[in-house]
Design a binder for this molecule. Structure first.
Ligand code: FMN
Length: 301
């Protein structure tokens, strides 16, 4: 089945022929024929712009599931927000108050909160609206710990290899510099973290988080990594508004990238790649103020 087949339906009795839908359609799916919008295109992004813009509710895009706009933990005002109709200072405060959380309480994160976070994630943009993302929830502390064991094993094995001078140099000789670079950059800190996990029972990987969301994309999506990271950004901000702390766990992503068997252990199919692992939980830390940031390079031409 062609995923681009239009699922758009126009009710000719409701359509006034205003043509506004044609102006916002990115894929020329609609034409005006005899004063009524008609589906004539063969490639639709199923973005729903036509449906959202229609003044008489004459259009429906069947591919869009209205359930995705119903939330379990809050009720949504479904009216579109006009440009400039949200206080930037409130958004700025939210963006700047989100901090990576590395101290979590023991409470579990309610599944309905995880489900609502995912609904908010999928309203991020995606390349050609492919929406090929996947979300794998580890919804108990035990599930996070089990996942942590596989990640820890990966780094223990990697450190063992990196300790081997002959192997490092040998690989370097044949142009493979990654192990040597890892040794110089990460080996010592990973070893310390592993030792602390082993001997002191500290959770240096997930910081005691009681849930994780693993965000992936179908490898066949047009921009899988970008899509996944944009969805991730939504979750990080939304989590803060829901009283949750969050922290990206890049170490887990790197391990899963290097050892594809890890995702199989938590039943994630081979056709997906994982691009972000978000540790979540009720925070056991608070901050007093918002801080500055390093100045980026900015160019105006
Ligand atoms: C791709 C990526 C991977 C990260 N991996 C980790 C990680 O493995 N462990 C961790 O504690 N923090 C991790 N972080 C969090 C960063 O350290 C954090 O975002 C940064 O220090 C800025 O702090 P803030 O998030 O509080 O603003 C990661 C962040 C990103 C963007």
């Amino acid at each position: 089945m062609n995923l681009r087949n239009p699922t758009t339906i126009v009710d000719p009795d409701k359509c006034t022929g205003c043509g506004i839908c044609l102006g916002v359609c990115p894929s020329d799916t609609l034409s005006l024929i005899n004063g009524v919008a008609v589906v004539t295109g063969e490639n639709s992004l199923s973005c729903g712009h036509c449906m959202a813009v229609c003044p008489t509710d004459a259009i429906e895009v069947k591919a869009l599931d209205s359930e995705m706009t119903s939330f379990e933990t809050f009720s949504l005002e479904k009216k579109w927000m006009k440009f400039g109709d949200f206080p930037t200072k409130d958004l700025a405060r939210l963006i700047m108050s989100r901090r990576s959380c590395r101290n979590f309480k023991n409470n579990s994160v309610e599944p309905e909160i995880l489900r609502d976070l995912i609904k908010l994630a999928v309203f991020a943009p995606s390349g050609t609206n492919s929406q090929g993302w996947t979300f794998t929830c580890l919804s108990s502390r035990q599930a996070v710990l089990n996942f942590g064991v596989t990640i820890k094993q990966f780094f223990q094995n990697l450190n063992k290899k990196a300790e081997n001078l002959f192997l490092r140099n040998g690989l370097k000789l044949v142009g493979i510099k990654a192990l040597d670079a890892y040794y110089k950059e990460y080996y010592a800190s990973v070893k310390t973290a592993m030792d602390e996990m082993e001997n002191k029972g500290l959770d240096r990987l997930f910081h005691g988080a009681t849930a994780c969301i693993l965000i992936g994309s179908d490898k066949k999506a047009s921009c899988p990594k970008e899509d996944a990271m944009l969805a991730t950004g939504n979750i990080l901000l939304a989590a803060h508004t829901m009283g949750l702390g969050s922290c990206l766990i890049g170490f887990a992503v790197e391990a899963m990238k290097a050892d594809k068997t890890i995702q199989g252990k938590i039943d994630i199919p081979n056709g997906e790649n994982i691009y972000a692992v978000i540790a979540l939980g009720y925070p056991d830390e608070t901050y007093k103020s918002i801080t500055g940031r390093k100045k980026p390079i900015i160019r105006f031409k």
